[in-house]
Each structure stands twice: as structure tokens, then as C-alpha cells.
Design a binder for this molecule. Structure first.
Ligand code: ATP
Ligand code: MG
Length: 243
């Protein structure tokens, strides 16, 4: 075992080393190393099907078979269940969001509040400020909201758990431009506020570059490039990200 796997860098909020994951016979992640510093936004980029969602699910403890080390705030979490990781401060908004369609918007929020307690209540006002539509639609069923509104609700719910790390899987996918702007603004605002880190999987590269400090590019289950986001030049994008 390598020394980095034994000794997590103490300054990282999240540190993943040599992470492998598979579904049945197919190997999906082939030894991924990734670090999320405190108060930072990390963009996770890569073409379709390279393993971005699988990496997020592995971090959240939702992949059936994984190997490797995952440290959160210096503590090994690889053996914990998904709900235990969530309680430690990992907030996850899955790709395609997953609100409860038959519960009202308010009830959707209350599910998260029941997990986070007091700290979550303090976040409620912030969520209403970031996404006013949530406040306007509290009595509506989640399922009648537009895709973009559901995404805002999903992000709002995750924020109410008062996460230290917010994990967003393609938050702007399939959403109308006006709501994309609001989601982007929300991410910029959370970043400015500075007391949480974000992992952002995002296809809109201009936005990903502007919002993030650091990037990782995945290809077929491996990290092929990582660096400061300002190094995301058209050359790099052309080589690793365009189809
Ligand atoms: N439940 C599953 N069972 C078997 N294979 C799966 C399953 N989910 C995903 N895969 C495969 O794992 C690989 C990685 O998928 P993953 O969803 O992690 O990629 P991604 O980078 O998030 O893609 P996208 O950009 O399309 O969201 C793909 O080849 C996919 O077909
Ligand atoms: Mg995905």
C-alpha cells in the first residue's frame, strides 16, 4: 500500500486514493486519485460514460463494489454506509435529481430538515434567497415543478442538510437557460461564502471553468489530467473533452 493511502493529506476536506469500482464484470473506475481542498470548488469533467457519476456514487457509498481509500476531514469513510456519510457532511444531488414527486415542496424540504436539525433551519432562509421559486411553490407537489425548478429544489434540499461538501452531478443538464443562470449564480454565491466545498460535474465548460478552482478530467475510469481551472484552455478542452 502506498504511503499516500495510509496518510491522508491532512489539509484536504476529501481525499480519494486508488479508487476502483465495478458493476458486475465491467470495471468502471481504475484507480482514481482526487483531492478536494477546504472551501474550494472542484470541477469533474469528462465525456459521456467515462465514470463521473460512478465516482460520485463511490464517494457517497452508493456503488456496490469499490476498493481504495476515501478520507473525509482526515477520517476514513470507505467502510461507512451512504446515510452515515451523508450525516458526516456529504450532500449529494444526483444526476437527473431525485426529489419526491408526490410530496409537496415543503415536505421535500422537511425530509432534509429532519436530518440536519437546527443547522438546517438556519439554511432555509438562504435556500429561499438563492431560489425564490421554492418559497413561492411550497404547497405544490414536487412532481409538478419544471425540471429546472426540481433541480433547484434538489440543490436546496441538499443545502438544508448543512453539508461540508456539496456534490452536484450535472446540475444544469436539460434545464432552460434562465434557471441555469440562477443555479450558476447560486454556486458562485456559495463559493464566495466560503464555508463549504463543491464537486461539480458539468458539461458547460465555460461555467465549470469560471466556477471552479481546480479540475479533474476523467477518461475511461482514470484521471487523465488535473490542474488549476485557469489552465482549462481550448487546447486542453479540444484534446480531452470534445467528442
Ligand atoms: N447500473 C449500472 N450497471 C452496469 N453498468 C453501468 C451502470 N451504471 C453505469 N454503468 C456504466 O458505467 C460506465 C460509467 O458510467 P457513469 O454513469 O459513471 O458515467 P458518466 O461519466 O457519469 O456519464 P454521463 O456523462 O453520461 O453522465 C458507463 O459505461 C456505463 O454504461
Ligand atoms: Mg453521469
Amino acid at each position: 500500500m502506498s504511503s499516500s493511502a495510509e496518510n491522508p493529506p491532512s489539509q484536504a476536506l476529501l481525499s480519494v486514493s486508488d479508487l476502483k469500482a465495478s458493476y458486475d464484470e465491467s470495471i468502471i473506475l481504475r484507480g482514481v486519485d482526487l483531492e478536494v481542498p477546504p472551501n474550494s470548488v472542484v470541477a469533474l469533467l469528462g465525456r459521456n460514460g467515462v465514470g463521473k457519476t460512478s465516482l460520485l456514487r463511490s464517494i457517497m457509498g452508493l456503488m456496490p463494489r469499490t476498493e481504495g481509500k476515501i478520507y473525509f476531514e482526515g477520517k476514513s469513510i470507505g467502510g461507512l454506509r451512504g446515510d452515515q456519510r451523508a450525516r458526516l457532511g456529504l450532500g449529494y444531488v444526483p444526476q437527473g435529481r431525485d426529489i419526491f414527486p408526490n410530496l409537496s415542496v415543503l415536505e421535500n424540504l422537511e425530509v432534509s430538515l429532519s436530518i440536519a436539525g437546527k443547522a438546517g433551519k438556519e439554511r432555509l432562509e438562504q435556500v429561499y434567497t438563492l431560489f425564490p421559486v421554492i418559497h413561492e411553490m411550497l404547497a405544490r407537489k414536487g412532481g409538478v415543478l419544471s425540471g429546472g425548478q426540481q433541480q433547484q429544489l434538489a440543490i436546496g434540499r441538499a443545502l438544508l442538510t448543512n453539508p461540508k461538501l456539496l456534490i452536484l452531478d450535472e446540475p444544469t443538464e436539460g434545464i432552460q437557460p434562465s434557471i441555469i443562470d440562477q443555479i450558476e449564480d447560486a454556486i458562485h454565491l456559495l463559493k464566495k461564502e466560503g464555508n463549504l466545498s463543491i464537486i461539480l460535474v458539468e458539461q458547460y465548460l465555460d461555467f465549470a471553468k469560471a466556477a471552479s478552482d481546480k479540475f479533474y478530467i476523467l477518461d475511461r475510469g482514470s484521471v487523465v489530467l488535473t490542474g488549476e481551472s485557469e489552465e482549462l484552455t481550448p487546447d486542453v478542452i479540444g484534446k480531452h473533452l470534445t467528442v
